[in-house]
Design a protein around this ligand. Structure first.
Ligand code: FAD
Length: 443
């Protein structure tokens, strides 16, 4: 398998003919949803076209944070952290979750002002984030030889292992009764009397009235086939992993030039948060206006260019009949070519600050395609014009940490239970009902 190596996980070979709910996609959102539905006694089948966690959910940095989030996400992110606390025991496995704290390093007065502004509104939710000075920052970046101005610090934020979490949650979901099939692309849905009546997969048909679309970067293409307008684009970020290091810093931190997170195996996950590429594709034009405010706000943090993904999407324009294999079967796992230069540059920057990192070399570099919405807030929503469909996608580079909370919320929407948080901010219709696109200020 390309990309990082995930923990092994047992899946099911056959497809049941019927289910209460079919979930499309086996990333953190799909498996969390499967877990919460199965725990509630719902007959659920999850179909994954490639490998469980093979795309974004194993390729991410592993940060689990409330800090710096858009105001619309804070309550769900806080609920997710509480769920992470319970997950290892709940699934009888290791997700790697540790509340080891996160630092946003402040290098100038503007950083401090941005973080003050975020704290002013975030405090009302009861976050424990605070601004710390140079001494405390240095002590929390154990072994750092550079003295930074300060940091925004959240002690209750944490980290988890992207290569462990999805397999652990999937095993737990299966134990709770979920059926999980990999190598099983869902091509589309059948409808009867306007409502979903079945999903059509490459391995056969499953009768169902409820479908959860947790397809990550593929959700836009799937929605297009159903006549749903989901404004979603893709952005590549690159990650480097080191071997185990003695005496390095705990937790995670981001500076302007590098970000690190201590791994459970003793190594570090290192990246440059501002080295991102949007592969230009037909959707870049389709959604040009939707993403205009985001483009203005991002500045240099996202470059635009051609890549293999650009060409691939050119061939995805025409709809494919459900009795024929299409793009979901042609590309089992999105494995974009990494920007190794940016990852190695970030690693060098980190080594300048942490002599402990000079003992180690990079073990692996990989890329990941992030799915983004125009306001960088996910869609967790019933699809109004396709009764029976719930969409959970567009986590915009921060869906790993919030994932278990999102899975809980989706299970609430499916079962009609009291939602864990108010889902109004995540409704799909905000992109079509005249609501202005709200972009969170920089933190
Ligand atoms: C480099 C990088 C760094 C990141 N860092 C962080 C971080 O530190 N913290 C954080 O919170 N988030 C982070 N993120 C974002 C986070 O990884 C994602 O938001 C999250 O993993 C999205 O989960 P998902 O389940 O929606 O999508 P994915 O993990 O992409 O899963 C979607 C799955 O659906 C499957 N699928 C799609 N269509 C079909 C179909 N038709 N039939 C069957 N299967 C289908 C795909 O094969 C895929 O496996 C990062 C992402 C990247 C790439």
């Amino acid at each position: 398998m390309p990309g990082p190596v995930l923990d092994p996980v047992i899946t099911d070979n056959s497809l049941p003919p019927k289910a209460d709910v079919v979930i499309i996609g086996g990333g953190i959102i799909g498996v969390s949803t499967a877990l919460f539905l199965a725990e509630r006694g719902i007959q659920v089948v999850l179909c994954e076209k490639g490998a469980l966690g093979g795309e974004q959910s194993s390729r991410n940095w592993g940060w689990v944070r409330v800090m710096g989030r858009d105001r619309r996400e804070i309550p769900l992110a806080m609920a997710a952290l509480k769920i992470w606390d319970t997950l290892d025991a709940r699934v009888g496995g290791e997700t790697g979750f540790r509340r080891s704290g996160i630092l946003y390093i402040s290098e100038n007065e503007q950083d401090i002002a941005n973080r003050d502004a975020w704290l002013t509104h975030a405090r009302q939710y009861g976050v424990d984030s605070r601004q710390i000075g140079a001494d405390e920052t240095q002590s929390r970046m154990s072994g750092a030889t550079t003295r930074y101005k300060g940091a925004l610090f959240t002690p209750s934020d944490g980290r988890a292992e992207p290569q462990k979490a999805v397999p652990a949650l999937a095993a737990g979901a299966r134990r709770a009764g979920a059926h999980i099939v990999t190598g099983c692309a869902v091509r589309g849905v059948e409808r009867s009397a306007g409502r979903i009546s079945a999903v059509i997969t490459e391995k056969g048909r499953i009768e169902t009235t409820t479908v959860v679309l947790a397809g990550g970067a593929w959700s836009r293409l799937f929605c297009k086939g159903l006549g749903i307008r989901l404004p979603q684009l893709k952005v590549r970020n690159t990650v480097l992993r080191t071997a185990a290091v003695d005496g390095g810093p705990e937790g995670a931190a981001a500076t302007a030039t590098y970000a690190y997170r201590k791994r459970l195996d003793g190594g570090y996950t290192i990246a440059d948060g501002s080295a991102n590429l949007h592969p230009i594709a037909p959707d870049s034009f389709t959604f040009f206006r939707d993403f205009q405010p985001a483009r203005k706000a991002e500045g240099e943090a996202v470059q635009v260019g051609l890549s293999a993904q650009s060409w691939r999407e050119l061939f995805e324009i025409a709809p494919v009949p459900l009795d024929r294999p299409g793009a979901f079967e042609r590309h089992r796992i999105l494995d974009p070519r990494p920007d190794s230069r940016s990852a190695l540059r970030a690693f060098e920057e980190a080594r300048k600050v942490f002599p402990a990192l000079r003992q180690t070399a990079p073990l692996q570099i990989w890329g990941g395609l992030i799915d983004v919405t125009p306001d960088a807030v996910p869609v967790i929503s019933h699809a109004e014009n396709v009764p029976g469909l719930i969409i959970a996608t567009g986590f915009s580079g921060h869906g790993f940490g919030i994932g278990p909370g999102a899975g809980h919320l989706v299970a609430d929407l499916v079962t009609g239970a009291r939602p864990i948080v108010d889902p109004a901010n995540f409704r799909l219709s905000r992109f079509s009902d005249g609501t202005p696109i709200e972009i969170a200020p920089p933190v």
